[in-house]
Design a protein around this ligand. Structure first.
Ligand code: BEZ
Length: 213
């Protein structure tokens, strides 16, 4: 099944390193970050899961729960998590799904047969508290993901859900943002008291509205 932005994230029940999980119950009112990993005991995946664990407080700050999936079994997952904790000097505090029957991988279209018939690609799904899919990314197995980019997109989604703005290319938290074209400039001045910079009538910037300064 091809999943598109705005679709409901499919629910599932799966065996994980934190017991059997119902995905929706696990997420509760949080945002979700679902990551697929080609296989246990692989070097790139080891660095990625370690990085996810190291960023635990950043995800918590943003009300995001991470969960990872790999098609290997639960016993391997437990042993591999020990390795990850050791190698990356961290504590994997999120569940790792043992997707031996490929139920979750199939549901989320994480196996791309022309890349590999057995392993998942590196998929990223960001899911909002209404269980809607808000971002999909697909990386090849040989390229580890950029977790700063994942945090950046979460920041952008959470900001643009709350204010009538969009974020420009290479935006990072604290940078100016773009005012929605649905807003007239005279209204923009009231909505964004920190200031409106009009570069073109269709390209107007304002300082990030949810920050103190
Ligand atoms: C890795 O995670 O290191 C990896 C997995 C599959 C193919 C290539 C690299």
């Amino acid at each position: 099944m091809t999943l598109h932005l705005g679709d409901d994230a499919p629910n599932f029940q799966a065996s994980t390193t934190q017991g059997v999980i119902n995905f929706y119950n696990f997420l509760g009112d949080s945002w979700g970050l679902l990551l697929s990993h080609p296989a246990d005991y692989t070097p790139v995946c080891t660095t990625e899961l370690g990085r996810t664990a190291q960023l635990s407080s950043e995800f918590k700050k943003r009300n995001v729960k991470a969960i990872a999936v790999s098609v290997d079994g639960i016993d391997d997952h437990y042993l591999w998590v020990k390795d990850i904790n050791e190698v990356k000097e961290t504590e994997v505090d999120f569940p790792l799904i043992a997707d031996v029957d490929r139920m979750v991988s199939t549901l989320y279209d994480m196996i791309h047969p022309n890349a590999s018939g057995t392993q998942t690609v590196r998929s990223v799904f960001i899911i909002d508290p209404k269980k809607k899919i808000r971002l999909t990314l697909t990386y090849p197995a040989s390229t580890g993901r950029n977790f700063n980019e994942i945090l950046r997109v979460i920041d952008s989604l959470q900001l643009t859900d709350n204010y009538k703005v969009a974020t420009p290319a290479d935006w990072n938290r604290g940078d100016d943002v773009i005012i929605s074209n649905a807003i007239l400039t005279e209204d923009a001045l009231k909505l964004f008291p920190k200031g409106v910079e009009e570069v073109k009538p269709y390209l107007r910037y304002t300082p990030q509205p949810d920050l103190e300064k």
